[in-house]
Design a protein around this ligand. Structure first.
Ligand code: ATP
Ligand code: ZN
Ligand code: MG
Length: 302
């Protein structure tokens, strides 16, 4: 049995995660949720003074916006779409017949206007663009959403439906890169406060296919993405628990985000993987929260 399986099994046995029969799709216990809620309050404590505008979108987003985002160019392998039965009574009969004999009944499902949100910030950009030009001080937004990625795994830190808390900044290049740097510093301090050892490293996304290789190199060479890594399932390959992305002016151009003087906005986003952070805490301090170091409990629950 490998390490990954055993940590997942221990999480199931303790009830912290609840097996649904699908890899990467888990229920969570009240205790697990309480850790996430406490960590979100810590995020609020660090970020609350910045005056970010809070918004919450559901875990499904407008398909037309998703299409325009270019997600299918970069990550077709991760995307999830919502399909529904839209047929007649006759179609329903053949659907049930199809299910009865164990044939593939999903072929008749038709796409809806909704796709599953791949990252918490995707619905934000067109929403803000609709408002018109950004004020001189730029824009700062606080988001949290369940996100879907089709990457089934036995690694409990790689789930298919998980929550991402994000701050998104829009403004000049200097403004948004300062924002990103300040969250890299805060991220290290926050994890230190809860007794987790971290490293920060440049990172890249798994852009699909041969054309994607160029995007990977570009992202790495230009330091567009950093990750805060914490050992969870392997100390040789620590897990990204936060990511810090600088999009340059690419989203500004795509969505028509402009500053007060008419120039194109630069954007950056900082994401917390909430399940991963909870799992890092359970992995490091043990599955029984009552046994966690007093310092960690105090940082989380006061
Ligand atoms: P990885 O390299 O591990 O696949 P990522 O680079 O794809 O992570 P991002 O796209 O930057 O991750 O997403 C923001 C944050 O969401 C990550 O830093 C991580 O904490 C969390 N996250 C990403 N994918 C998953 C997943 N499959 N399960 C749980 N959390 C995830
Ligand atoms: Zn984002
Ligand atoms: Mg990934």
């Amino acid at each position: 049995m490998d390490m990954q399986t055993s940590f997942l099994d221990r999480l199931f046995e303790s009830g912290l995660l609840i097996d649904t029969g699908v890899d990467g799709l888990y229920g969570r216990s009240g205790q697990f949720e309480d850790v996430i809620a406490a960590f979100e309050r810590l995020i609020d404590a660090f970020g609350g003074g910045d005056g970010a505008e809070a918004m919450r979108f559901p875990p499904g987003m407008n398909r037309a916006i998703f299409e325009k985002s270019g997600y299918m160019k970069s990550f077709p392998q991760l995307a999830g779409t919502v399909h529904s039965f839209c047929g007649s009574e006759l179609d329903h009969m053949s659907l049930l017949q199809c299910m009865e004999v164990g044939d593939d009944w999903t072929k008749g499902q038709e796409p809806t206007d909704i796709v599953l949100t791949p990252a918490a910030c995707y619905p934000l950009y067109p929403t803000i663009a609709k408002r018109g030009r950004l004020p001189a001080k730029g824009g700062l937004f606080d988001l949290q959403s369940y996100c879907f990625r089709h990457e089934p795994s036995k690694d409990p830190a790689r789930q298919q439906l998980f929550r991402m808390r994000e701050y998104v900044c829009m403004g000049t290049e200097q403004h948004v890169t300062d924002f990103r740097q300040s969250w890299m510093d805060r991220g290290v301090k926050m994890m230190e406060a809860v007794g987790l050892d971290v490293t920060i490293d440049v990172a890249n996304d798994p852009f699909f296919g041969r054309a994607g290789k160029m995007l990977v190199n570009n992202q790495r060479d230009q330091n567009l993405k950093f990750e805060l890594l914490i050992p969870i399932t392997s100390s040789a390959n620590p897990t990204a628990c936060m990511s810090f992305n600088y999009h340059q002016d690419s989203f500004g151009i795509k969505w028509g985000l402009n500053l007060e003087d008419g120039s194109v906005a630069h954007t950056a986003c900082v994401g917390f993987g909430l399940e991963r952070i909870a799992l890092a805490l359970f992995h490091h301090h043990g599955l029984d929260v009552a046994e966690w170091p007093a310092k960690v409990r105090k940082a989380l629950w006061g």
